[in-house]
Ligand binder design. Sequence first.
Ligand SMILES: [Cu+2]
Length: 140
Amino acid sequence: MKASVTFLVFCLGLAGYGPCRADVAPPDGTAYRATRAADGVQHVRIEGGAYFFKPNRVIVKSNVPVELTVSVGRSVIPHTFVIQAPEAGIAVDESLSSQPRNIRFTPTAVGSYPFYCRNRLLFLESHREKGMGGVLEVVE
Ligand SMILES: [Cu+2]
């Protein structure tokens, strides 16, 4: 117990330090609106942790390529990143680690599509039910 309190204080003292931040700072509800970069791609950085994705609301334009760069903080708990929206040309199911993973697709239909971690521990709540999810909003 003392060790974990010490670790928490250590992390709070280093707000912004990557390995700590991923599991300490929950998403603040702010949407991230992607813009087309010079390479013609909408780049979005998403960080995950137990149990959240940040940002958990991402807005992208339709018919413009998207590259999500997704990672999770160091953890023994495995996590995944899933978007099942074949109606919008999006089918993603990737394992995550602290090494950022690039996920590319081009959304072809306007709409709101959930993203989430599909993992669960035995019969407990899924990570998604614990809050590890968000919404990809595809707009004109
Ligand atoms: Cu998970």
